[in-house]
Design a protein around this ligand. Structure first.
Ligand SMILES: Nc1nc2c(c(=O)[nH]1)N[C@@H](CN(C=O)c1ccc(C(=O)N[C@@H](CCC(=O)O)C(=O)O)cc1)CN2
Length: 316
């Protein structure tokens, strides 16, 4: 099975009217036109690496990174990420998929072939706190996040000026308990119109419905402002303060219907003492949130994350 980088949308918006996606020209080396990535998960057995590497050799590819991981013999699963250069990739990519298919079937692989120079289209959702949004925009501007940002959506107007100053379309869609379903309908329509591949919740403080999660399954990244599984839900810093914790942290995870219980992508912590009040915890925590989210987003953009049984395998 191949899952291309771009969401398989059938847009009824004519190309000329499709949302303008502003990009910055700074490109890291690993976005060369001939660079591709192959992600594989399958039952473990001898010969997988040999068949994959032989296949790539026969296609004229040069492997630049190869990582693999086998789980315990009982569950017997194998995970692999191969990054390679191949001449004339653009003309090759369709035949590459078709010619890899028999190997994928032989090993019952779940697999994805993605092209490094195809920017994923990332929408960002934000509420009132802007620090995570600003970190993503800053890294995007300086080329550290190789993505398109076609649209940003918020349930508050506060980030409008920041976002529109960068030429990114901003939609303010208020959300209340009574209007939540209609608000999500509008959000999903916008994501479809802008052909969004995945969504980042940058301190977006609304719980997404199961419908939203099904449409963007494993394509929504959230930053939770605690070291999960501690302090799931709202107001984690106040609860951490009351608990007298000696560590605070942040967790980036894929979003599922189960609030803050999706597959963890990245976490970090910092020591604190009894002398810190809640505002100090929030201030220190914001710095952790920003860096943890940016790392998780960059790994997603670079196809470094595989998901299995509510856990991730991250090939850093
Ligand atoms: N389906 C999911 N939606 C969201 C998740 C998730 O894991 N699954 N993560 C949250 C982010 N979040 C903590 O990181 C969080 C956001 C909001 C709430 C909450 O209780 N929200 C209330 C309304 C709050 C308000 O009106 O300001 C609610 O939605 O009823 C808890 C945790 C993002 N969404």
């Amino acid at each position: 099975m191949i899952v291309s980088n771009t969401h398989t949308h059938v847009s009824n918006v004519p190309a000329k009217e499709r949302a303008h996606s502003r990009t910055y020209s700074f490109v890291h080396g690993n976005h060369q036109a001939n660079r591709a990535r192959l992600l594989i998960s399958c039952p473990d057995q001898p010969g997988i690496v040999a068949h994959v590497s032989q296949f790539l050799y026969e296609q004229g590819a040069n492997i630049v990174h190869s990582n693999q991981y086998s789980t315990d013999p009982e569950s017997g699963l194998f995970f692999m990420r191969v990054e390679f250069d191949i001449p004339d990739l653009d003309t090759h990519k369709n035949t590459l998929h078709n010619q890899f298919q028999p190997i994928a079937e032989k090993f019952a692989m779940d697999w994805k072939l993605s092209l490094a120079n195809q920017r994923k289209r990332m929408a960002i959702f934000v509420s009132k706190e802007e620090h995570c949004l600003r970190e993503l925009l800053w890294q995007w501007q300086n080329g550290d996040l190789y993505a398109e940002i076609p649209v940003i959506i918020s349930n508050h107007p506060i980030a409008k000026k920041t976002v529109e100053s960068l030429g990114v379309p901003f939609f303010h869609i208020p959300v209340t308990r009574d209007t939540k379903a209609e608000a999500e309908r509008q959000q999903l329509k916008i994501l479809e119109q802008y052909q969004v591949d995945f969504v980042v919740l940058a301190r977006y403080m609304q719980i997404l419905s199961s419908n939203f999660n099904q449409i963007y399954k494993n394509q929504i990244i959230n930053i939770h402002h605690s070291f999960l599984p501690a302090f799931i839900g709202s107001n984690p810093y106040a609860r951490a303060y009351e608990r007298g914790v000696k560590l605070i942290g942040a967790t980036a995870h894929y979003v599922t219907e189960n609030l803050d219980e999706g597959p963890i992508i990245e976490q970090d912590v910092q020591r604190v003492t009894h002398q810190y009040d809640i505002e100090e915890l929030k201030r220190i925590g914001a710095q952790i949130e920003r860096t943890v989210l940016a790392r998780a987003v960059s790994w997603h953009l670079e196809d470094r994350i595989l998901i299995h049984q509510n856990k991730t395998i991250v090939f850093e």
